[in-house]
Ligand binder design. Structure first.
Ligand code: PLP
Length: 375
């Protein structure tokens, strides 16, 4: 048995380990100066205000709540996304309105979103699947026309650029995840990026149980012993331990992004001549891919292909099962494009520890297995 080629993997080196040890030795593990430092570095990276939270799901939930979105409100969102996007919406009491996707980009179908707009619609959440995007301008034009918020689920898109601008550096609100396998990690973690200072202040309070202005005290290693609370809050802050990992990962991001782009481009070139495999096309000069997704011909059964690849020590994944088909959401809506394509999508291994020889092995093995199972 050879070594399994994992679908995804964290890239943690000595620098992250030393950084965590340093924080542990300071014996202040909660939210404090390391979080402030990480936020400042991210602020510099995006050129915008940043607030760090416990994870990407919390980032989306707090962004929605801080826009006063909740019970009775509707949020336009593609069904084709990680469950986290849906749970973040329903956590606020708002209703996710499932939209279809464009078959070429796998990003929200803006015409379908327009059809589903009602007077209850308060926001649209585009999901930048794999790190790519569709026509972001069309989304913002629509949002402006209807006076609704745009809360970008940019969990896959850390480092991606649209029209030469970093995702997160423009637009309304962008939410990122620093989960263990995302483009950078802080173990767990996430952040909200926006120019809206009121929103940033609201989220800073909400992440610490709604205690007004507690953040500044925490950065000084203090706590607010007398305080007031005026709204629902959550225990959604980031810890110093997490931030000390994130700070190092941000320094290494240039290396991570170069590596991810190079591997995705290599996959593209190796798979381009295959009849049965269609890579999701992204411009990897702009996009830093979080996952690498291909569409296989509908005559293949992807569970079987997964098992065959497993035997060859290759782990693949399925991103994502449409949320409107889940019992909890059970949205009685036909989304023809989503329902047509999702069963034919597979995600191939992509992480910074992969070698070019691994990518060649994965691509060739997949081509071989599909060839063996024609008919
Ligand atoms: C990872 C992810 C999230 C949530 O981030 P967590 O940090 O895991 O909570 C949200 N949306 C998408 C598309 C994701 O991939």
């Amino acid at each position: 048995m050879g070594k399994m080629i994992k679908l995804s993997k964290s890239d943690i080196g000595f620098l992250e380990i030393f950084s965590v040890i340093k924080t542990l030795r300071k014996s202040y593990l909660g939210m404090g100066d390391e979080v402030q430092k990480f936020e400042n570095k991210l602020k510099h990276f995006f050129g915008r205000e940043v607030v760090c939270v416990a994870n990407g799901t919390a980032a989306i939930q707090l962004a929605l709540e801080s826009c006063q979105i909740g019970k009775g409100d509707e949020v336009l969102v593609p069904s084709f996304t990680f469950l986290a996007t849906y749970q973040a919406i329903s956590a606020t009491g708002a209703t996710p309105i499932s939209c279809d996707i464009d078959l070429k980009t796998l990003i929200i179908d803006i015409d379908d979103a327009k059809n589903k707009w009602t007077t209850k619609t308060k926001a649209i959440i585009p999901v930048y699947f794999t790190g790519g995007y569709g026509d972001i301008n069309a989304i913002y034009d629509f949002a402006k026309e209807k006076n609704i918020r745009v809360i970008e689920d940019a969990a896959h898109a850390f480092g991606s650029r649209f029209e030469n601008k970093l995702i997160g550096s423009f637009g309304d609100i962008s939410c990122f995840s620093f989960d263990g396998i995302k483009n950078i990690t802080s173990g767990e973690g996430g952040c909200v990026v926006t120019n809206d200072r009121t929103l940033i202040e609201t989220i800073k309070n909400k992440r610490l149980l709604g205690v007004i202005n507690d953040t500044e005290n925490r950065y000084l290693g203090k706590r607010s012993w007398t305080f007031d609370v005026t709204e629902q809050g959550w225990r959604y802050h980031m810890s110093n331990i997490m931030a000390s990992i994130g700070i190092v990962q941000l320094k290494r991001f240039k290396y991570f992004s170069t590596k991810r782009r190079k591997l995705a481009k290599l996959y593209d070139s190796l798979l381009t001549n295959s009849e049965s495999i269609k890579p999701i096309l992204r411009n990897y000069d702009d996009v830093v891919p979080h996952i690498y997704v291909v569409q296989i011909d509908s005559k293949f059964e992807r569970n079987y292909i997964r098992q065959e690849l497993q035997k060859k020590n290759i782990e693949i994944g399925f991103h994502y099962f449409p949320n409107h088909l889940l019992s909890y959401y059970n949205i009685n809506e036909k989304l023809p494009q989503t329902e047509k394509i999702f069963k034919n999508l597979i995600s191939l291994p992509l992480h910074t520890k992969l070698k070019t020889t691994d990518v060649k092995y994965v691509a060739n093995t997949l081509i071989e297995i599909l060839a063996k199972n024609e008919n």
